[in-house]
Write a protein that binds this ligand. Structure first.
Ligand code: FES
Length: 327
């Protein structure tokens, strides 16, 4: 991971359940609590139930009113790869290790029009963007899509801020976000900023591409996808003479690490493609959870992104020697 190692202690000052699965935390660092830019995330070191030390990154909602603590909100994933369970196990007074906020999803305020799209807990980086843009009097709309109404954890405050510039979509109530229609309404030089699961990101990519819009005006961040129905699968690496199993609560990348196989990676969210590997053979079905490969590449099953993708009903033979061509 590309980051300096100036870890510092931060104390859990407050925890607050926002829904049955989402908890907001206030983290007061021992060092300065800098004001995070919209879109920033906080790298955290957490200890899982089995004692394993995990590094995770959570989008920052901003600071508390007194400026002494950072705010994050984390959804408990089922199954969890360990991070969300470890966060939900934290109680007030616990101490975690954090790095200063980092930003790979920066907001450009120069665009003349902004469409913000949040899928579920993807509201966390979008919230600060909406507040910053509203404070500047920018032309913006926010589309907030969730499965069930109790996932609209920040809708009340956003409605007070944005009025009818906020639109919510609850799929369990039959409300669907029509990405193509939303993109069609935008000015030619508008910017779309999205944080959500891979499916929502792919829909935005497809609509944006089909409308012939400039790729750099679509910016997104996806979740580290954990399949809700994750199954174990086998992996064979002929180059290393190895065959092993990827457990249901483990990613392929984590299993490769456990086997001591060096693998390129960066985002670990299926966005950058650095972990993509050549598929030599597959038994069963590959569930591609990335947003890096094109739809045709995903259909062809010749490559997979080890950080998020899995196999159902069998396993996969991989060549780990794959390295992407330099851009
Ligand atoms: S590490 Fe970026 S796509 Fe896997």
């Amino acid at each position: 991971m590309r980051m300096s190692q100036d870890w510092q202690a931060a104390t859990v000052r407050r925890t607050k359940p926002l829904s049955p699965t989402v908890r907001e935390l206030e983290l007061a660092p021992d060092a300065a609590c800098t004001r995070p830019e919209p879109g920033s995330h906080l790298p955290m070191r957490l200890t899982a139930a089995d004692g394993q030390v995990l590094t995770r990154q959570y989008s920052l909602l901003g600071r508390t009113d007194d400026g002494l603590a950072w705010r994050i909100a984390v959804k408990r994933c089922m199954p969890s790869r360990g991070g969300s369970a470890a966060v939900h196990a934290l109680t007030e007074g616990d101490v975690v290790q954090v790095l200063p906020p980092q930003n790979h999803f920066a907001l450009s305020v120069r665009a003349p029009q902004h469409l913000l799209v949040a899928g579920g807990i993807g509201i966390t980086p979008i919230l600060g963007m909406a507040q910053a843009l509203a404070a500047r009097g920018a032309d913006l709309r926010l589309l907030y899509a969730v499965r069930t109404a109790d996932e609209l954890v920040y809708a009340d405050g956003l409605r007070a801020l944005l009025g009818d510039r906020l639109q919510t979509f609850v799929s369990a109530q039959g409300q669907r976000l029509d990405m193509a229609a939303e993109v069609a309404q935008l000015r030619p030089d508008a910017q779309l900023l999205l944080c959500g699961p891979a499916g929502l990101t792919r829909a935005a990519q497809a609509a944006w591409h089909a409308a012939g819009r400039a790729a750099h005006r679509l910016r997104f961040e996806t979740f580290g996808a954990v399949a809700t129905e994750a199954q174990p699968f086998w992996v064979q690496l002929p180059r290393h003479g190895l065959r092993f199993e990827v457990a249901a609560d483990q990613t392929l990348l984590q299993a490769l690490d456990a086997q001591g196989i060096a693998t390129l990676r960066d985002c670990q969210r299926g966005e950058c493609g650095l972990c993509a590997m050549d598929v030599l053979d597959v038994e069963g079905h590959i569930d591609h959870h990335d947003v890096f490969l094109s739809p045709a590449e995903r259909d062809a099953d010749r490559r997979l992104c080890a950080c998020v993708s899995r196999v159902r009903g069998g396993g996969v033979v991989l060549d780990t020697a794959y390295r992407p061509d330099p851009a």
